[in-house]
Ligand binder design. Structure first.
Ligand SMILES: Cc1cc2nc3c(=O)[nH]c(=O)nc-3n(C[C@H](O)[C@H](O)[C@H](O)COP(=O)(O)OP(=O)(O)OC[C@H]3O[C@@H](n4cnc5c(N)ncnc54)[C@H](O)[C@@H]3O)c2cc1C
Length: 406
């Protein structure tokens, strides 16, 4: 992907070098990482009129270990007019409990969209570049420091970049989380295989996903079709490495896919933040996986990345224009409050549901696959017509929770 050149300065605090048609001495907003969080942040800050630079370690399109499931809240958080490059649209879900008690439920309307993350992230970043952000690929940020109202980022090649505000959207293995002091209370290991399959196998899976409630408490597996290949994955609490690998192996074997050689096999950690952990430090804000913003039960993170990225981009645009420490601190506090009101609330509900799922996977399986109400709730959540947080506020849900406490 090629980058555009910076547009004319629009923010108040930009210091321009003599040769103003190259790069500014100090950017208004620098975004670290071009995943969904970074692309959304860059787009929001560019639309707010700021000079924005995105620094991405990889060359786009880059592979990302991810099912690529786009649920309603992810779709709703996409930039207006952005059409995601969809590989499949899901209307049917096959549920199994540790490979048994197979049940298929279907819907007249689309439940989930499936995307190839490399193409999806590249297209989102393109939208930010089209809005005026500048992209530099193949550059890793290795150090962050802040002095005198400015953040200095040191790159792996020793070069430095300066900014009035920074959004750290460098994912769960990035550096900004440690700089800001984000702590994590839940860490999971996701393993995936991208399995190219013959046409008849691809046809069987077209428009259909599989969710398997797994053998280790809190674990589950999935098959997400992407045209002529299947993304097969499992996720489980970290610390169960061998059991997680065995789960994926058995899952693939059970599905009759062991004979097809995976094109890619990969693993990635997902991390959910400690509720009280910071989301900013001075002029540096974190978003998406870097902030530990992820649904604790399903480990769905694209909608969290898109939504927090947009909020961080808007706040960073504001931070770029303010001068005093008190103003910067207030912008950080406002960002924290905004995240907490929406995503923090949803994560609190997700933690409760993960606990129920860990203790009673069979009950959950029965509820979703045999009770019309259970299937209706599943559809409404994945289509973004309600949230777990809204559901848990209902008296009936609270009574069920009370019964499943042990
Ligand atoms: C196995 C698995 C399956 C998943 N399936 C789904 C799913 O189906 N649906 C869903 O909604 N969520 C899913 N998730 C979660 C989802 O993938 C993440 O929540 C989402 O990718 C977070 O986006 P992000 O932009 O915060 O980070 P990322 O997508 O990780 O992007 C971070 C970017 O930062 C770059 N970077 C890192 N370090 C640096 C550096 N030092 N300098 C410059 N750039 C840097 C990286 O190269 C990367 O491009 C899954 C996760 C796993 C592990």
């Amino acid at each position: 992907m090629t980058s555009s050149s910076p547009e004319a300065a629009s923010g108040p605090a930009v210091e321009l070098p003599e040769n103003a048609d190259t790069e500014p001495v100090s950017w208004d907003v620098v975004v670290i990482g071009a995943g969904p969080a970074g692309a959304s942040a860059a787009l929001a800050a560019a639309r707010a009129g700021r000079r924005v630079l995105v620094l991405e370690r990889a060359e786009l399109p880059r592979y990302k270990t991810c099912g690529g499931g786009i649920i309603g809240p992810s779709k709703g958080a996409l930039p207006p007019g952005f059409e995601p490059p969809v590989a499949d649209l899901v209307r049917e879900v096959e549920f199994t409990l540790r490979g048994r008690r197979r049940r298929v439920r279907s819907s007249r309307t689309t439940l989930i969209g499936l995307v190839d993350r490399a193409r999806f992230d590249e297209a989102l970043t393109r939208a930010a570049v089209d809005a005026g952000a500048v992209l530099r690929e193949g550059v890793a940020v290795s150090r962050i420091a802040e002095h005198d109202g400015e953040v200095t980022l040191t790159l792996a090649d020793g070069d430095t970049v300066r900014a009035r505000a920074v959004v750290g959207a460098d994912g769960s293995a990035g550096r900004t989380a440690a700089y800001v002091g984000v702590t994590f209370e839940q860490v999971d290991l996701g393993l995936e295989a991208e399995v190219p399959v013959p046409a008849e196998v691809a046809e069987h899976w077209r428009g259909r996903i599989l969710l398997d409630w797994g053998p280790i408490p809190g674990s589950y597996g999935w098959v997400f079709p992407k045209g002529d290949s299947l993304t097969v994955g499992v996720i489980c609490a970290r610390g169960e490495g061998e059991a997680t690998r065995a789960y994926l192996r058995d899952f693939i074997g059970r599905l009759g896919l062991a004979g097809f050689r995976p094109a890619i096999e990969s693993g990635h950690l997902t991390r959910c933040r400690t509720e009280s952990a910071p989301l900013s430090r001075g002029r540096v804000l974190v978003a998406g996986d870097a902030a530990g913003l992820l649904e604790p039960w399903t480990r769905e993170g694209i909608s969290y990345a898109l939504r927090s990225g947009r909020m961080a981009g808007e706040r960073a645009a504001a931070v770029a224009g303010v001068g005093t420490d008190a103003e910067v601190e207030k912008a950080g506090a406002d960002y924290h409050a905004e995240i907490d009101a929406v995503l923090g609330r949803e994560m609190r509900a997700g933690r409760i549901l993960l606990g129920v799922f860990e203790r009673h996977p069979a009950m959950l399986h029965r509820a979703v696959t045999t009770l019309p109400q259970g299937w209706r709730v599943f559809r409404k959540v994945v289509q973004g017509r309600t949230t777990f947080a809204d559901l848990l506020e209902r008296p009936a849900a609270r009574r069920v929770l009370e019964l499943t406490r042990h």
